[in-house]
Design a protein. Structure first.
Length: 694
C-alpha cells in the first residue's frame, strides 16, 4: 500500500513528511498532478464489475495502481503543464478537461485524505472560515467586506483609533503591468486613505489588533502545536512576512477554550490538518485572522515541528525527529526530487548531485518569488533549505538591478548536464563559472584536472575558486571572455555554456573536437550540437526553454532594461496597418522562434490607457519599433517605424510555425558552419530551413 504526496517539485514542507515516511519504510510516492499530461499518464476504468475506479497512474520513472493508494497528503500541486503549442482556447478547454479528468479521478479515491481538496476549497474561503470560527467560539476581529467606499470609511472611523487592517480576501496576487504577480501585504489604513476605487471589487477591512505577538497553530489529527512569533521591526509588526530576518520564535501552549474552538472549526470543515494564525494583544486575548488548510508547518528551526506520530494511524510508526534537516538530508531530498521528476537519469550524475554541497557555493543569494525578492545569507534560519531549492539563486546584480550571476535552477542544470553525455576522462570547457557549483558537479563526474572553467568577472572567479577548494575540488579556472573560449587548453570533448548567446561563437566550434558536444543557451532555447569532421556543428533543441544571463563583454557592463524602452515605444508615431496574427502568438513557440530570428529585439507587453493589450518590439541598435494592438484573437493593428521592419521580419517564420501544426521547440534544430552561418530547421536539416542573420 502506498501513500501519495500530491505537491509541486519544490516543497520543503512535503520534503520533511516524505523523509519521515521513508525513514519508517512506509511506501510513498511524490506525485505532482501538474506533470499531466506530458510526464504523467492515467488510465482507469469503472464498470459493472467494479464500483470504484480501477487503473494506474504512471509517471516517468514509477507508477502505482489506484487500489494500492491508502492515504493522500494533499499539499500544493502545480497547475497542469499543457503543450505550449495549444491555442489559448484549446488550452482553456484542455485545462478544464484535465482538472475534471485526473482531478476528478484522484478526488474520487476512497482513502484517507490530509486534506481532501474539496474540503480544503471550502475552508480556504476567508469569509466562510471566519464565520465558522466565530460560531465555534473563537474570537475574530471586527470585519467588513464591501465594495462601497462610504461604508468602508464609516467602518474604519468607528474602530478604536480610527485604523483598520486591510488585507486580501483570497489567495490570488494582483499583477503588475507585465502580468507578474505582486505581493499584497497587510497594511494599516485610515478612513481618509480609502478611495472610490474600492467600488471595483470586494475588499476586506478588519479591526486593527495592537498585537504583542502572533501565534501559528498547527492542528494535526486533533493534536495542536503552537509557536509564538515575535516581530523585531516595524515592517514585521504590520505583516511578519515582510521581514522574516527580524522574527524570533518560541514554543507555546494553546489555551483550552481556544483548543476546543479549533477542534470544532476543523470538524465543521472535515479537516484532519490546518495551520491557523492568531494575533495576541497585551491582555493575552487570541484573535483568529487566517485559516490555511494546507499551510506550512516547518517554518522555523527554533520551534518543534508537529510529529507525524499524531497523524492518523495509517502513518503512525513512532516519534518523529524534531531536528532541522541537515545539508545531507536536504541534498538527498533535492536529488530524489530531480530523479522522480525525470531530470536526473544516469547513476553518475545522481551520485554527483547527491554528493556535492550546493550550499558552500551560495553563502548569500536572492530568490525572486511572486513579484518580491527574498534575500538569504549564511546563518539565516531558512538559508540552508533555500540553498537546496529548485530555483535560480541570484548572487550578483549590476547597477541597474539586473542579475548578472546565479546558481542555475537545479532542474535546468540537471537537464543540460544529462544532455552533455559526459564520461569519465572527458575534457570539458565549463563556460560561465558563476558560483562554481556546476564546475564542482563536473569535477565529480570527470575529475578536476579535466574541467576548465572560466568567467568574465575576476571577483566571481576568486569566490568560486575558494568555494571549490572548500568542497574538495580543484578544476582549472580563469577570468576571461567565455565567447572566445580557452584555446590554450583545447580541444575539448564537451563544451557547456551557462550564459545566453545570440549566436554560437566560431571559437567554440574550433575548440571542440570532431564528435564532441556543445550544450548552450541560444535565444531562449537550449541547443545540443555535435561537431562534425568538417567543422560544422548541428543538433536539435531540448524541450526545455530558458533565459540565462546574457554574455557580458566586460565584468562592469550594465545592460539596459525593458522599462527604459516603454516610454519611447508607446509615444512613437509611424505607419499603421491591420495584420492577421498566427494562432497562439503568446505561447512558447513564437517566443522561442523570435528569440532566434531577432536576438537584438526586445519584446514586452503592456496595457494602454484604454485597457487594450499592446505587444511591443524594439531594436535599440537601429531605433526600429513595432506595436501590435489586439483587435481580436487573430487580428491586430500594427504601428511601426525605423530602418528595420521588425514584424515583417518575424511574421514568415511564425506563419510557417502555425501552418506546420505549431511544432514544439524540440522539433527544431540548428546547424552552424565554419563561416558562422546559422541555419534553423524543422525536423531535419534537409527539411524546411531558415537562415538566421548573423
Amino acid at each position: 500500500m502506498t501513500v501519495l504526496v500530491l505537491t509541486r517539485p519544490e516543497d520543503a514542507t512535503a520534503d520533511l513528511v516524505i523523509a519521515e515516511l521513508n525513514e519508517r519504510r512506509v511506501p510513498v510516492w511524490r506525485l505532482d498532478p501538474g506533470d499531466f499530461p506530458g510526464n504523467l499518464s492515467v488510465s482507469a476504468r469503472l464498470g459493472a464489475e467494479s464500483p470504484n475506479w480501477c487503473g494506474t497512474v504512471q509517471g516517468q520513472h514509477r507508477g502505482t495502481s489506484l487500489d494500492r493508494v491508502r492515504s493522500i497528503y494533499y499539499r500544493r500541486p502545480s497547475p497542469f503543464r499543457l503543450n505550449p503549442a495549444l491555442s489559448q482556447g484549446d488550452a482553456r478547454w484542455a485545462q478544464a478537461e484535465a482538472r475534471a479528468g485526473i482531478g476528478g479521478l484522484l478526488t474520487s479515491l476512497d482513502c484517507l485524505w490530509v486534506n481532501h481538496p474539496h474540503r480544503n476549497a471550502v475552508a480556504d474561503v476567508g469569509p466562510a472560515a471566519l464565520a465558522t470560527a466565530s460560531r465555534c467560539g473563537l474570537a475574530v476581529p471586527e470585519t467588513l467586506i464591501t465594495n462601497s467606499a462610504s461604508e468602508a470609511r464609516a467602518f474604519v472611523k468607528g474602530l478604536p483609533g480610527g485604523v483598520a487592517a486591510y488585507k486580501a480576501i483570497g489567495n490570488e496576487a494582483p499583477g503588475d503591468a507585465d502580468g507578474w504577480p505582486q505581493a499584497l501585504w497587510t497594511n494599516k489604513v485610515h478612513a481618509a486613505e480609502i478611495t472610490d476605487s474600492v467600488a471595483l471589487t470586494a475588499h476586506q477591512f478588519q479591526e486593527w489588533i495592537a498585537k504583542a505577538y502572533e501565534i501559528r497553530v498547527t492542528v494535526v489529527g486533533g493534536e495542536m502545536f503552537a509557536a509564538a512569533i515575535y516581530a523585531g521591526s516595524e515592517a514585521s509588526r504590520i505583516d511578519f512576512r515582510r521581514d522574516y530576518d527580524s522574527l524570533t520564535y518560541r514554543v507555546c501552549d494553546v489555551p483550552e477554550d481556544t483548543a476546543d474552538g479549533l477542534r470544532g472549526l476543523l470538524d465543521a470543515f472535515g479537516l484532519h490538518y490546518a495551520a491557523l494564525d492568531f494575533l495576541v494583544n497585551d491582555k493575552g486575548d487570541w484573535y483568529l485572522v487566517d485559516v490555511n488548510p494546507s499551510g506550512q508547518w516547518a517554518f522555523s528551526r527554533s520551534c518543534v515541528p508537529p510529529s507525524l506520530a499524531h497523524w492518523p494511524t495509517y502513518w503512525r510508526a513512532g516519534p518523529m525527529t524534531t531536528e532541522a534537516p541537515s545539508a545531507d538530508d536536504l541534498r538527498r531530498l533535492m536529488t530524489e526530487r530531480l530523479v522522480t521528476a525525470g531530470f536526473l537519469r544516469s547513476p553518475a550524475w545522481i551520485e554527483a548531485f547527491s554528493t556535492v554541497p550546493r550550499h558552500l557555493f551560495v553563502p548569500r543569494f536572492t530568490v525572486r518569488a511572486k513579484g518580491t525578492k527574498h534575500e538569504y545569507q549564511q546563518g539565516d534560519p531558512s538559508w540552508l533549505t533555500a540553498a537546496y531549492s529548485d530555483t535560480s539563486l541570484l548572487t550578483q546584480f549590476d547597477a541597474s538591478g539586473t542579475a548578472t550571476s546565479s546558481s542555475t535552477e537545479l532542474a535546468l542544470m540537471a537537464t543540460m548536464l544529462e544532455a552533455l553525455d559526459a564520461e569519465g576522462g572527458h575534457r570539458i570547457l565549463d563556460d560561465g563559472l558563476g558560483t562554481g557549483y556546476q564546475a564542482a558537479l563536473l569535477s565529480h563526474r570527470v575529475g578536476s584536472r579535466n574541467v576548465f572553467s572560466m568567467d568574465i568577472d575576476p571577483a566571481l572567479v576568486a569566490a568560486a575558486k575558494e568555494a571549490l577548494q572548500e568542497a574538495g575540488f580543484t578544476p582549472n579556472v580563469t577570468a576571461g571572455d567565455g565567447m572566445a573560449g580557452w584555446p590554450e587548453h583545447g580541444p575539448f570533448d564537451r563544451l557547456l555554456a551557462s550564459f545566453g548567446v545570440d549566436r554560437i561563437p566560431a571559437a567554440w566550434l574550433l575548440q571542440v573536437r570532431p564528435g564532441g558536444i556543445i550544450v548552450a543557451n541560444i535565444g531562449c532555447g537550449i541547443i545540443r550540437m555535435t561537431v562534425g569532421d568538417d567543422g560544422r556543428a548541428t543538433g536539435k533543441f531540448l524541450p526545455t526553454l530558458a533565459n540565462f544571463m546574457v554574455a557580458r563583454p566586460t565584468a562592469d557592463t550594465v545592460k539596459a532594461t525593458a522599462k527604459e524602452y516603454v516610454g519611447p515605444v508607446m509615444a512613437a508615431q509611424g505607419q499603421v496597418m491591420k495584420v492577421n496574427l498566427p494562432n497562439g502568438l503568446n505561447t512558447a513557440g513564437p517566443r522561442f522562434l523570435a528569440s532566434l530570428a531577432q536576438p537584438s529585439v526586445v519584446d514586452f507587453t503592456l496595457t494602454d490607457g484604454e485597457g487594450e493589450q499592446v505587444y511591443c518590439l524594439y531594436d535599440e541598435a537601429t531605433g526600429s519599433w513595432a506595436r501590435l494592438t489586439f483587435l481580436d484573437v487573430r487580428v491586430a493593428q500594427l504601428e511601426f517605424d525605423g530602418p528595420r521592419d521588425l514584424w515583417g521580419e518575424r511574421e514568415p517564420l511564425l506563419t510557417h510555425w502555425a501552418l506546420n501544426g505549431r511544432p514544439a521547440p524540440e522539433r527544431y534544430g540548428l546547424t552552424v558552419d565554419t563561416e558562422g552561418l546559422h541555419t534553423l530547421w524543422l525536423d531535419s536539416p534537409s527539411d524546411s530551413s531558415f537562415p538566421l542573420d548573423t
